[in-house]
Design a protein around this ligand. Structure first.
Ligand code: ADP
Ligand code: MG
Length: 496
């Protein structure tokens, strides 16, 4: 029997009959560099093109072709390093990593080994419940992506598509600082968010622009690091969680039966939810790394790096601090708002347009995001703009519509794309504040429900039932304050 220990200090330990286990995780994230051209050639990188339509002679490894570094990829890697508060190495070297794959025509991958472009940095995670987890970054290096073998086009043969061959990748390697599946998921989500803010990777996991290798090992709390297994190429945040859960269970079972973990590369099967062996672990020396003789070391000047640092956009953590200290939002709301840049922009537009920060946050996170998620998103395609949301909330403030109608109006705007104010006029959604009209409705309801009218005097809480009746009769358009006041007066209940 195993269960998660529950006290705060050991909340990430896995409890078993033989004692507690600590899960240790380190991630290698491969992020495709946002750049129109590949890392060492001028071929296009756009996703989804006809197979083999974006392949230069360099990408196809024709004899005598020479790689030429794409400066934009360097710039993006440095900007990413700065966003990860990392050491930028002014001198870095490209190496050849030798191995065979049908989709790797060079017979080696140009990568960086002992002298990567970016060194140590950090990603800070804000976990649910207020816990802060700091995950160290070991390094970020640039390398070429491989092509793609297609095994499902023909019953007998496999095809190779080289469109992806040579696309720039940033491999971002974390330290083994992660202690649970939840933290690993939060780490990838945060990293993805930072990359998207920077515009250095589109973060599209479904298209494979961002994928993770997950290293998992188990140890007794505080003990030596255990032997790790690396689960390759996971392409969704959900699968990362599942793969870690199942791999940690597998390792504990092996260890508790007195067995040993062998270091190996495994695959996660989304169908079974389990990992299975792929190959035994190769060592760095198996790849016969050596500096690529076709490429000079990369030399950057400090001024160049400083200039990029100066022009970095505001990142999620900074934005979050500003939302909290400037506008009094709590950490949880602020974290949700900054997770996507488009979401944060929408929120800021609402606040600038006069919606109070707390109210704008509630509206955006509940009303707007609720609908976006229900429709399956993407956020930026939602038909209700920030301007429309501002206009709806303004009409509530001015008493033109009730809070209840505001929600209906929101859905109408979503479905018709019409201007909210126009919809209010056309569909007769104006709030009824006219006391005469409300009084008439109240009188009718009291007359029709004498028993309830008697009861409400001893049980003032049942007043809500009357309010509901009036709202129903007026299709939600009666001004709630007016309804309350009139009901209290007619039913002879003191105001609160
Ligand atoms: P390799 O190329 O051999 O996978 P890297 O240095 O690229 O080596 O990546 C190693 C990854 O494994 C890092 O993310 C690191 O944090 C992680 N790691 C190292 N040791 C352990 C361990 N004992 N348990 C879990 N993760 C580990
Ligand atoms: Mg690796």
């Amino acid at each position: 029997m195993r269960k998660m220990a529950s006290n705060a200090a050991s909340c990430n330990l896995i409890r078993s009959e033989t004692g507690d286990w600590e899960l240790v995780i380190g991630l290698e994230v491969h992020a495709q560099v946002t750049s129109r051209a590949k890392l060492f050639s001028g071929a296009a990188t756009k996703f989804g093109a006809e197979p083999n339509s974006q392949v230069s002679l360099v990408d196809a490894a024709m004899p005598g072709m020479l790689p030429v570094i794409n400066k934009e990829c360097l710039r993006q890697a440095v900007r990413t390093g700065l966003g990860l508060k990392a050491q930028i190495n002014l001198r870095s070297v490209f190496d050849r990593k030798n191995y065979f794959y049908p989709d790797l025509p060079q017979g080696y991958q140009i990568s960086q080994f002992s002298q990567p472009i970016v060194g140590e940095g950090e990603v800070v995670l804000n976990m649910e419940g207020g816990e802060t987890v700091r995950v160290g970054i070991e390094r970020l290096h640039l390398e070429q992506d491989a092509g793609k073998s297609l095994h499902d086009q023909d019953p007998k043969c496999s095809y190779v598509d080289l469109n992806r061959s040579g696309v720039g990748l940033m491999e971002i390697v974390s330290k083994p600082d992660i202690r649970s599946a939840k933290q690993a998921q939060a780490y990838v989500a945060k990293l993805r968010s930072i990359l998207r803010y920077l515009g250095t990777c589109d973060g599209n996991m479904e298209e494979g622009s961002l994928r993770a290798d997950v290293n998992v090992s188990m140890r007794r709390p505080g003990g030596e690091l255990g032997t790790r297994c690396e689960i390759k190429n996971i392409n969704s945040i959900r699968s990362i969680g599942q793969a870690i859960e199942s791999e940690s269970r597998r390792q504990i079972d092996v260890l508790e039966e007195g067995g040993e973990i062998t270091q190996e590369t495994r695959l996660f099967d989304t169908k079974t939810g389990r990992t299975r062996p792929m190959r035994s672990k190769e060592e760095a020396h198996d790849y016969r790394y050596f500096p690529d003789p076709d490429l000079l070391p990369v030399e950057l000047s400090q001024e160049y790096v400083d200039q990029l640092a100066k022009n970095l956009p505001e990142l999620p953590d900074q934005k979050k601090d500003r939302f909290m200290s400037g506008w009094g939002l709590d950490a949880y709301d602020a974290e949700l708002l900054v997770a996507e840049r488009e979401r944060a922009d929408y929120f800021e537009e609402m606040v600038d347009g006069g919606a109070g920060p707390k109210r704008a946050a509630n509206w955006l996170l509940n009303q707007h995001l609720g609908r976006v998620n229900k429709e399956g998103g993407p956020f930026e395609d939602a038909p209700v703009t920030a301007a429309a949301s501002i206009s709806i909330l303004k009409m509530v403030d001015e008493g033109t519509i009730s809070g209840k109608i505001a929600k209906e109006l929101y859905d109408l705007v979503w479905e018709t794309g019409e201007d909210p104010a126009k919809l209010v006029e056309e569909r007769g959604l104006r709030q009824v504040s006219d006391t005469g009209t409300i009084e008439k409705v109240v009188d009718e309801i009291i007359a029709a429900n004498p028993k309830q009218a008697e009861q409400v005097k001893s049980k003032p809480k049942t007043l809500g039932w009357f309010v509901g009746q009036v709202m129903q009769k007026t299709s939600g358009k009666a001004n709630p304050q007016a309804v309350n006041a009139i009901l209290r007066e007619k039913l002879d209940i003191a105001g609160d």
